[in-house]
Every structure is written in structure tokens, then in C-alpha cells.
Ligand binder design. Structure first.
Ligand code: SOE
Length: 386
């Protein structure tokens, strides 16, 4: 019997637009049990030539150059927001008012006030909503969650998260949108520490208070001549002030009593997408590193005497989350599969009239933590996560 179609309208066609498009195209092939069939109905972007080429290359039936027109179409069921951060709130609120389900890239907003308005809008419209904290959907991270829930590492003492990149260590790398506060809201903080906060909330629990700093080391950069995603062509004749952090560094107390350290930076030469966490508990430890995304390192005290040490689990077997949908054990999967897994979970939830997870409440709490750290970086004090 033909599956019910669910028509997607995607706003944004660059890096995340490409990752999301691939996920909608592939999800039915790897998750045949998904009750609905996503249709790549329309992709939207301001630059007509760019979005037309994207529609062709990414497999969309049509394209729009105005997101309001996309939202007004009655052949769209889900609006997926994959644009820079400052545009999320207006698109999400209009989409919710039009009765569309709303998916949105992380962080959902540039500050918690807008995130709250987005959460209220989807709630009052009674639509489903999801935020693309995709690392929860890596098999090794979902396995870590299962092991913690089974009590394998006991009660958690410490969370230690680091998200290190190095793509702007060149002082002549231009002021792309991720480096402009009015567009991105913050630098490494909202872009990378947001992921650490989400993983910590998913695996350890809610964060009660934080103290930290945001630092900008390279204070000015060339203006942009042209840009796409993480790359950008510099106009070396014009330099502008950098308005976002290069590094975010903070401590946290969890409501559980556990403590945490978080570091995000884009100035760590050699670290390309080093999203790593270590969790220490009363009976063992877990380590994940996105640069080795199929592996989970597990240490438990019950190793045979003398044979102690971290074990490296290949989270690619049929009994590991998501992994059985792809290839035989140890044939490994990649970054794009975290988005396919995400889209499966979100559309499966909608098909069963459930809220996806993570959703705009997770997005709102994430922005509350981000804002608390920003307050602390100004006050020098511990700040509560309101
Ligand atoms: C750039 O820092 C980036 O693409 C982030 O924006 C993504 O959220 C992260 O998953 C990979 O790095």
C-alpha cells in the first residue's frame, strides 16, 4: 500500500540544506518501515540562480525565493529551517501559524527570548517541532545513552566536553555569517558549545548553573567578497571587527549534582571536527569522539584483573541504535547518516502523532544555557540557568 506522503519545504540550500536534502532523499531507502514518505517538494533561497541549481542537484520538485510564499503553499506539510540563526524565529513563527510542522537547525535562535517565542508559537499552533542536534543520532552516542540508562557506568560524577575546530585560525579568513553576531548570535559558543550542551543534557541531565568566559583572539578580519557555508572569499582591502567569540570555556553544575566542563574553539590547529566527550561515573567511563564517530570507548571496573583498560566498541552492529539499517558490522557510517537517523526519528514521531525529540523545548533550554554563560562571561559570577 502506498505510504502517506509528507511534503517538505526546506529554507536554505547550502551546507545544512545539502545535509537535510540528502536525509529526506535517503531515509526511505534505509528505513523502509518509516510510515510516511517524505517528498522533496520545494527548496527556498533568496538567490534565484543558486536555489534553482540547488533544486536540480539536491532533487527538489520546485523552488521558491521567498520563504513567506513557501509557507503559504498548501502542498507543504513541514517547514525545515536550515538558514543562518537570526532568520529562524520569523520563519518558525509564520510556519507554525500556517499549521506547518517546523524543523529547525541549531541553535534554534540567537538568544533565549526568540527561542521562547518559537516554542510558544509551535505549542499554541499544536504542530510538531524538532531541532537538528544531530549528534544524538550517532549510533555510538545513542549507545552511550543506553549504557548509562542500564547503569553500566553507575552514578555520573563528571561531564567533560570539548568541541575543537581550526577553520578560522588564519587571520585573513573573512567575516562569514558565522562570525557576525547580528546573524549567528555568537561564535563557537552557539555553533559548537550548543552541541556539547545538548549532548550533556541528553546523557547527564539538566544544567543548573554555569560560570565561564567567551574570548575573541582575532579581533578583526577581512570583509567578505563572497561566501558559502564555512568557506568565504576575502576582500583584503576592507577589514571589519569580529563581533563573536573564537572560544567558549565554561564550568557547569548539573541538577543531578554532577559537574561539567565545556570547551569550544575554532582556533585549535589540527582539530577538524573534534567533538569529544568523556563521562566518568562510579562504575566506569565512556568516551566519544566525532572524528572516530563509529566508536565508543567504554571502561568498566569489572574487567578481568590485570586485563583492565578502555574497550573500543564499534557501534555498527545490528543491535546498536540505527546501525542495523545500513551495512554489516564494522562497515561504518558517516556524518550524513546522523541526519538520516534524525529525519527517521522525527518523521516516525509525526506519523505516530508524537513530538519528535529533540524539539523546540530542547532548543529553548539550550539557548537558556548559552545565555547564562554569556551573562557569566560579563559578570564573572556563577549564573543560574533560568
Ligand atoms: C561548523 O562549525 C559546523 O558545521 C557546525 O555549524 C555544525 O553544527 C557542526 O555539526 C559541524 O561544524
Amino acid at each position: 500500500m502506498a505510504k502517506k506522503a509528507i511534503n517538505i519545504g526546506l529554507v536554505g540550500y547550502k551546507f545544512m540544506g545539502k545535509a537535510h536534502s540528502n536525509a529526506y532523499r535517503q531515509v526511505g531507502r534505509f528505513f523502509p518501515e518509516l510510515e510516511v514518505s517524505p517528498v522533496l517538494k520545494a527548496i527556498c533561497g533568496r538567490d534565484e540562480q543558486g536555489v534553482r541549481e540547488a533544486a536540480d542537484s539536491l532533487g527538489w520538485e520546485s523552488y521558491e525565493t521567498d520563504w513567506r510564499k513557501l509557507i503559504a503553499r498548501d502542498d507543504i506539510d513541514v517547514i525545515d529551517i536550515a538558514t543562518p540563526g537570526n532568520s529562524h524565529v520569523d520563519i518558525a513563527i509564520e510556519a507554525a501559524k500556517a499549521g506547518k510542522h517546523v524543523f529547525c537547525e541549531k541553535p534554534i535562535a540567537t538568544e533565549a527570548g526568540s527561542a521562547k517565542r518559537m516554542f510558544d508559537a509551535v505549542n499554541s499552533a499544536g504542530v510538531k517541532h524538532a531541532v537538528f542536534f544531530n549528534y544524538r543520532k550517532a549510533p555510538a552516542v545513542a549507545l552511550a545513552k543506553q549504557l548509562i540508562e542500564q547503569g553500566v557506568i553507575g552514578d555520573i560524577f563528571h561531564w567533560r566536553g570539548t568541541y575543537l575546530q581550526d577553520w578560522i585560525v588564519d587571520p585573513d579568513f573573512p567575516l562569514v555569517w558565522r562570525l557576525r553576531k547580528e546573524v549567528a548570535g555568537s561564535g563557537s559558543h552557539g555553533d559548537l558549545a550548543a552541541h556539547l550542551i545538548d549532548s550533556a543534557r541528553y546523557l547527564v541531565g539538566e544544567i543548573a548553573q554555569v560560570t565561564g568566559l567567551l574570548e575573541t583572539f582575532i579581533k578583526d578580519r577581512p570583509e567578505m567578497a563572497s561566501s558559502a557555508g564555512l568557506s568565504g572569499e576575502a576582500d583584503l582591502s576592507r577589514r571589519g571587527k569580529v563581533t563573536v567569540d573564537d572560544q567558549s570555556l565554561f564550568l557547569a553544575r548539573f541538577e543531578s549534582g554532577a559537574t561539567g566542563s565545556f570547551e569550544a574553539t575554532r582556533l585549535a590547529p589540527g582539530r577538524k571536527n573534534y567533538n569529544r566527550f568523556e563521562i566518568n561515573g562510579s562504575k566506569g567511563s565512556l568516551v566519544f569522539n566525532m572524528e572516530r564517530m563509529n566508536e565508543l570507548e567504554v571502561y568498566t571496573e569489572d574487567n578481568a584483573a590485570g586485563a583492565y583498560g578502555f574497550r573500543t566498541i564499534q557501534a555498527t552492529a545490528g543491535n546498536h541504535p540505527y546501525a542495523g539499517h545500513y551495512w554489516p558490522v564494522a562497515h561504518i557510517i558517516g556524518y550524513e547518516h546522523t541526519f538520516i537517523n534524525f529525519v527517521y526519528d522525527a518523521l516516525h514521531a509525526i506519523a505516530n502523532d508524537q513530538q519528535p525529540s529533540p524539539n523546540f523545548l530542547d532548543g529553548y533550554i539550550n539557548n537558556l544555557v548559552l545565555d547564562a554563560v554569556e551573562r557569566s562571561s560579563r559578570s564573572g559570577n556563577w549564573e543560574k540557568v533560568q
